[in-house]
Write a protein that binds this ligand. Structure first.
Ligand code: IMP
Ligand code: MG
Length: 176
């Protein structure tokens, strides 16, 4: 199969929007600290850029979850491959995710984090595909709402490839 990638959101547009998110988050958390929890691996590029645009003190932690499913759809059965390094009790946790698609991964994860009694848990996602939502997930900060297409770049992969693309692209497949 030939893989064709077309630009959906260019780098300049992405980084301008991330700057706005960082400013909004900095205002909302004024006088407080934020514990950023990135979901590996997709959120890494977004979180790095977002953190630079936040002016209140931040700390970083990461979690790796795998949701059993096929290449393009999660199942809702979530396995924690790497848990957080730090205790989140009484912290202002801001979960940073690449994309909320069906919402299954996040709805499971947010419940799990709430059980650990943080002061607060909010969710920031670069992308949201609202048309695909199956599980109820409240998103506090969204970069862009996008149509129901499979996308790659800016941290997002297809079969572990294309995470390094500086833009967000739609990937389509063609018989060779
Ligand atoms: P959900 O549980 O269906 O919301 O799945 C979310 C996860 O599926 C994301 O964190 C991504 O890792 C992956 N995912 C969903 N849609 C896409 C896409 O269009 N491109 C790449 N990964 C995706
Ligand atoms: Mg992910």
């Amino acid at each position: 199969m030939k893989e064709n990638i077309s630009v959906l959101i260019d780098n300049e547009t992405i980084e301008k929007r991330i700057k706005e998110l960082g400013e909004q988050i900095s205002r909302d958390y004024e006088g407080e600290d934020i514990h950023l929890v990135g979901i590996l691996k997709g959120s890494v590029i977004f979180m790095s850029q977002l953190a630079k645009c936040i002016t209140v003190p931040v700390t970083f932690d990461f979690m790796s979850v795998s949701s059993y499913g096929n290449e393009t759809e999660s199942s809702g059965v979530v396995k924690i491959a790497k848990d957080l390094d730090e205790v989140i009790k009484d912290k202002n946790v801001l979960v940073v995710e690449d994309i909320v698609d069906t919402g299954r991964t996040l709805s499971y994860l947010l419940e799990l984090l709430k059980q650990r009694e943080p002061a607060d848990v909010k969710l920031c996602t670069l992308l949201d595909k609202p048309d695909r939502r199956v599980a109820d997930v409240h998103v506090d900060y969204t970069g862009f709402e996008i149509p129901d297409k499979f996308i790659v770049g800016y941290g997002l992969d297809y079969a572990q490839k294309y995470r390094n693309l500086p833009y967000i692209g739609i990937i389509e497949f063609e018989e060779e």
